[in-house]
Design a protein around this ligand. Structure first.
Ligand code: SF4
Length: 87
């Protein structure tokens, strides 16, 4: 997908940039600074692990920041909407 203001942003002024190790820093997408899929726990589809105390750790998952990351997140977003549905 073509990069534009609604699916791509990069903030090199951020003190954490790039917050994940990627091969090409020029392509790092900051659009999803906090991954909207975090609440999906083990079914987010990313490269997470759990700490000994049970906290989900996304340190090794650059997915939302890579090329195609926007599409990956948007495809899974209905699952987050379902989580928030009134039961
Ligand atoms: S950053 Fe990666 S591992 Fe963490 S919630 Fe998002 S897709 Fe899943």
């Amino acid at each position: 997908m073509e990069k534009s203001g609604w699916n791509y942003a990069q903030n090199r002024e951020c003190p954490y940039f790039p917050c994940h190790k990627v091969a090409d820093g020029e392509e790092f997408n900051c659009f999803f600074c906090f991954c909207p899929l975090y609440a999906l726990g083990e079914i987010c589809g990313g490269k997470f692990c759990y700490t000994e105390s049970g906290i989900k750790d996304c340190s090794n998952c650059p997915l939302p920041h890579l090329s195609g990351g926007y599409e990956f997140v948007m495809k899974k977003l209905p699952s987050v909407t379902e989580l928030a549905r009134k039961k």
